[in-house]
Design a protein around this ligand. Structure first.
Ligand SMILES: C[S@@+](CC[C@H](N)C(=O)[O-])C[C@H]1O[C@@H](n2cnc3c(N)ncnc32)[C@H](O)[C@@H]1O
Length: 289
């Protein structure tokens, strides 16, 4: 059992050793992510800011949606993420339409009132005050422009072949630790953010707020990518010492995902379910108001 090989995620959600995990995560949810972008019905020729773009995994999907007259600006606070994004997309057909810049979400490197859409995936979980950040992004949108936030919610996660009591204890321990860990010097993280997003957009002053839920269900036999993704998630639930979980539960939990002989991922009745959230809101005020 590889209990030692834990994937730790830094305060930006992207240490270099997690890029592989982010890529796998993206690949193994590709059908749902393609559907998410299709459902946005982005207009051809739009200017889209990918806020917290990370290693640029969404760029191809966004580029296909907005076509050859559109423009994408990827923004992130992690230099290594931007370099990876640049490298990944440098030979693609859309390369002249894409730029990557170092900046925080609250201070986008564009003039106010310019973006048709600000898209941000898997970033809101790291925002200590999401409503304040979403409000700070609003002036960069054109009047009638859209903010689109996509994120996870681990309250929706379920594994069919794991003792429900063990799952509940692991999830509760992590949720409790997430509320506490900031006081212990760790950066903020809310992996239960998905279902709260609509409220945050409303609080930030967006109108016509819409929430779409994307169930992600996989069963036996898992692809290698999905297996790697779930093992990373399992490790993450008990990282940082899992202070609210007993050592016995932590060991049993890891054993479920890593054991050579008794591994839930190899059971024919295995089923993994989680729901991801895409929430959008329209900004109807003009840049100067
Ligand atoms: C989990 S990664 C997601 C990357 C990408 N959006 C994706 O879905 O693959 C989170 C990214 O958000 C960036 N990030 C976190 N807080 C940020 C902030 N306040 N401003 C800009 N980027 C931020 C991190 O550096 C990291 O690259």
């Amino acid at each position: 059992m590889t209990v030692e090989s834990v994937v730790y995620v830094n305060e930006c959600g992207l240490p270099l050793n997690a890029i592989e995990w982010l890529e796998t995560h993206h690949r193994c949810k590709a059908p749902e992510r393609e559907q998410m972008i299709r459902d946005l019905n982005l207009k051809k020729g739009s200017f889209v800011v990918d806020a917290g773009c990370g290693p640029g995994l969404w760029t191809p999907l966004l580029a296909s949606a907005i076509g050859s007259r559109g423009r994408i600006l990827g923004v992130d606070i992690a230099t290594e993420a931007l370099i990876t994004a640049q490298r990944r997309n440098k030979n693609k057909w859309y390369r002249w339409q894409v730029q990557y810049k170092l900046a925080p979400l609250e201070q986008l490197p564009i003039r106010q009132g310019k973006a048709d859409v600000i898209f941000s995936a898997n970033v809101s979980q790291y925002l200590p005050d999401p409503a304040a950040t979403f409000a700070a992004m609003a002036p960069y949108l054109k009047r009638g422009g859209r903010l689109v936030i996509k994120d996870v919610d681990f309250g929706t996660m379920h594994f069919s072949t794991i003792d429900p009591g063990l799952q509940a204890r692991v999830f509760e321990a992590r949720e409790r630790w997430e509320q506490e860990r900031i006081r212990q010097g760790y950066a903020f993280e809310d992996s239960w953010v998905g279902s709260k997003l609509a409220g945050y957009l409303q609080a930030a002053g967006y109108e016509e707020v819409q929430e779409k839920r994307y169930p992600i269900v996989r069963d036996y036999q898992l692809s290698d990518d999905y297996r790697f993704y779930l093992q990373g998630i399992a490790d993450w639930f008990v990282c940082e010492g899992a202070p609210y979980l007993s050592a016995r539960d932590a060991t049993n939990w890891l054993q479920c995902f890593h054991d050579e002989h008794y591994n839930v991922l190899d059971q024919k009745t295995f089923l993994s379910e989680e729901t991801e959230f895409v929430v959008s809101g329209v900004w109807n005020a003009s840049a100067s108001s």
